[in-house]
Write a protein that binds this ligand. Structure first.
Ligand code: RIB
Ligand code: CA
Length: 314
């Protein structure tokens, strides 16, 4: 048994972020979660920091260290997604306000200090929201880039298009400048785009399997998913909605569930029509250097089997 992989989860909970956190909490043999950093995205920072702690306490993880990060993108104004996640970002279930406190250190400084402290090439960054905290950390401490083992992000889209605009996926759209800094940093980046997550629908059958677990965390997740998926069901006319963020953690646990290729990804920053678009050179026509492992295929049944097996451990 190898040592658990050291990770930092940067997140903007969000019901699907909560599912990713729960998957990580349930996998201590494989993952050593050094800390959770929060960022403004789905909802303002005050809510994402509250929500991260709610998920921790729901799962008996009160000892987790939660660090508050950026309350707005690096350059653009903040755009939020209450229309999807509800006013609080965790609408769908009623839970007590958290009692655990956030850490005194800013998330950006926690990221920098952790990467500098841990042996080179041992820390993986798992990003589930806008990349603002990572962009700020790279701006403040460029020396950390070559020390990061891998950055696995939920974000972007190519043949699937966008979800917040026709061209852009939400996490990238909110802070395209931070995303550009990340894909240009030299850090080994693995990208879970909408092309993957739109294959992972929370169908009624899959949600029923989560409900059968019969625990409080599972029952709460069912309530969150039933709220979260209504927007996409109306939009796509689908059975359920795409479950985005747990793909990042599932990739670390079972990479064989996913397939893709190393190609060039650049971020559109200029046009208001396409700002935040991940320009993925899947067919390698640009001659630009590959810089991202872009995932496109996923074993959807294997993904949900993993999710449900791990949720049952909480
Ligand atoms: O576009 C989907 C992404 O945006 C997910 O991370 C979801 O939580 C929202 O942050
Ligand atoms: Ca998210």
């Amino acid at each position: 048994m190898t040592d658990p992989r050291k990770i930092i989860i940067d997140t903007d909970p969000g019901q699907d972020d909560a599912a990713a956190l729960m998957l990580a909490f349930a996998s201590p043999d494989e993952l050593n979660l050094l800390g959770i950093t929060t960022v403004a995205g789905n909802v303002p920072l005050s809510y994402t920091s509250r929500n991260a702690r709610i998920v921790c306490e729901l799962c008996g993880q009160q000892a987790r260290a939660v660090y508050e990060g950026a309350d707005r993108p690096m350059v653009r104004d903040l755009v939020t997604a209450e229309h999807v996640h509800g006013k609080t970002g965790l609408d769908g279930a009623v839970l007590p306000e958290p009692t655990m406190k956030v850490q005194p250190q800013h998330a950006v400084d926690f990221i920098i200090d952790t990467i500098r402290r841990e042996p080179e090439g041992t820390v993986t960054l798992c990003t589930l929201g806008p990349l603002t905290n990572i962009g700020l950390a790279l701006q403040k401490a460029p020396d950390i880039a070559p020390r990061v083992r891998e950055l696995v992000m939920m974000g972007g889209g190519f043949f699937e298009g966008g979800n917040i605009t026709p061209a852009a996926e939400f996490n990238i759209y909110v802070d395209p400048h931070a995303a550009a800094a990340v894909v240009g940093s030299g850090i080994p980046v693995t990208m879970m785009p909408l092309d993957v997550t739109h294959q992972l629908m929370t169908t009624k059958a899959r949600v029923a399997r989560i409900a059968e677990i019969g625990t409080k965390p599972a029952a709460t997740m069912v309530e969150w998913l039933q709220f979260f998926e209504r927007f996409d069901e109306e939009k796509y006319g689908s059975d359920g909605g795409p479950l985005h963020d747990p793909t990042v953690i599932a990739y670390l646990l079972k990479p064989e569930l996913f397939g893709g290729r190393h190609c060039n990804v650049e971020i559109e920053l200029q046009s208001e029509l396409t700002v935040g678009m991940t320009v993925v050179d899947w067919w390698r026509v640009s001659g630009r250097k590959p810089n991202v492992q872009v995932m496109r295929n996923v074993d959807a049944d294997g993904f949900f089997d993993l999710l449900i097996e791990r949720f049952a451990r909480l």
